[in-house]
Ligand binder design. Structure first.
Ligand SMILES: [Zn+2]
Length: 379
């Protein structure tokens, strides 16, 4: 039995931090400002906007984002070090994510420290945050491989010392939605502290895991536009929002009509063009070719579309190719000003199909008109 989803769910978009952390991606300040503004305008509640400890350039960009005076809360990524948090404070930031490794494999083989060291590090960092009255998310790096009871212990420390939430990170993207659900449920049942899910797409389950986390009671979700992020990326903002709306019946009230604009902008700024089959925002995800589907869509789009393409800023395409049927052919030619009888359409369809097969793609309108003209001449 799944727990009911508790409202309000807050999207913490990290395109500007984990998204930019993708190997080879770097945004200019103007691009960061545009991305932040767009996300703010569509109603994203929180933006993770950088790592001030990286140095002067990053600090200047975080400061510039603070100066925009957005509605969204800006949060920065920090190691659990006073110097990192101080760098965030110096940029005018009032909310911080404090990240520490929490799995034994990281503690032993990356940090070469002990669990006790992690506890002390957390306490020191939280003590500093409390003195500066900061909003604090404690980020558990590699939470998915951590001992759940150690996570509970860290969450208890976080709660006692005034932190506002705990970020459960599936850093390596190795969970499935069922284990994510179980782990978040376990933590929720042990400590009364808000949870956030940060999921990666190494096994193609980032969005599913983010949604599983929400269904288990996490109130905050980390996303990135287009799923941009380390290695295979993060949970995609547009997928999480539309997934929550249509798979879970939970509308977060974002202005989704700008998803395609934002997706294209981030695609260009990151030099990671969006594949045309990308879920939710790919240019061709509302293309219909096969006879049955095209016919069904012509009768009523809801026959073969889970939501209206306009809802995310896309259009519908009926393409003519190898799998087309005569209905779609008649329809398209009519739009192009050519009236065709049913019998003529069936005969022309053979030519459309073989041309598409030869060219390994759908036909363009001019190719279609050419075939229709030749057909009429012969007939
Ligand atoms: Zn990450």
């Amino acid at each position: 039995m799944q727990m009911p989803i508790e409202k309000p769910i807050v999207i913490d978009d990290t395109t500007l931090r984990d998204g930019e952390q993708t190997a080879g991606v770097a945004f200019s300040l103007e691009e960061k400002i545009t991305i932040a503004r767009m996300l703010d305008e569509i109603g994203v509640g929180e933006l993770e906007c950088g790592i001030p400890a990286m140095g002067a350039i990053e600090q200047a960009s975080v400061r510039a984002l603070v100066d925009l005076g957005l509605k969204a809360r800006l949060i920065t990524w920090n190691r659990a070090l006073v110097s990192d948090i101080q760098a965030s404070l110096d940029c005018g930031i009032r909310a911080v994510d404090i990240s520490l490794s929490v799995s034994d494999i990281h503690i032993t083989h990356k940090l070469r420290k002990t669990r006790q060291w992690v506890r002390e590090q957390l306490r020191r960092a939280l003590d500093f945050c409390a003195k500066h009255d900061l909003y604090v998310s404690v980020g558990g790096e590699d939470s998915s491989r951590a001992d759940p009871d150690f996570l509970v212990e860290l969450m208890q420390i976080a709660k006692e010392m005034g932190a506002d939430r705990f970020r459960f990170c599936d850093t390596l993207g190795i969970l499935d939605p069922f284990s994510t659900y179980e782990k978040i449920t376990y933590l929720r049942s042990h400590v009364d502290l808000d949870l956030e899910v940060h999921t990666h797409n190494d096994l193609g389950m980032a969005t599913a895991n983010a949604i599983a986390g929400v269904r288990a009671g996490a109130r905050f979700v980390n996303t990135t536009v287009n799923g941009l992020g380390e290695r295979a990326g993060n949970a995609a903002l547009e997928e999480v929002i539309m997934g929550l709306k249509y798979a879970c019946g939970l509308d977060l009230g974002l202005d989704t009509r700008r998803f395609v604009d934002i997706s294209k902008f981030v695609g260009r700024a990151s030099c990671r063009p969006v594949p045309e089959w990308k879920a939710v925002v790919g240019e061709r995800v509302f293309s219909h070719e096969s006879g049955l589907h095209a016919d069904g869509v012509l009768k009523n789009p809801q026959n073969y579309e889970g939501f209206d393409p306009g809802e995310v800023g896309l259009g519908r395409h009926l393409v003519l190719g190898k799998h087309s049927g005569s209905q779609a052919l008649v329809h398209r030619l009519k739009e192009l000003g050519v009236e065709l009888s049913r019998i003529e359409a069936v005969a022309l369809l053979d030519r459309v199909r073989s041309m598409s097969q030869r060219n390994k793609r759908a036909l363009t309108d001019s190719e279609l008109l050419l075939l229709a003209r030749r057909h009429a001449e012969v007939a």
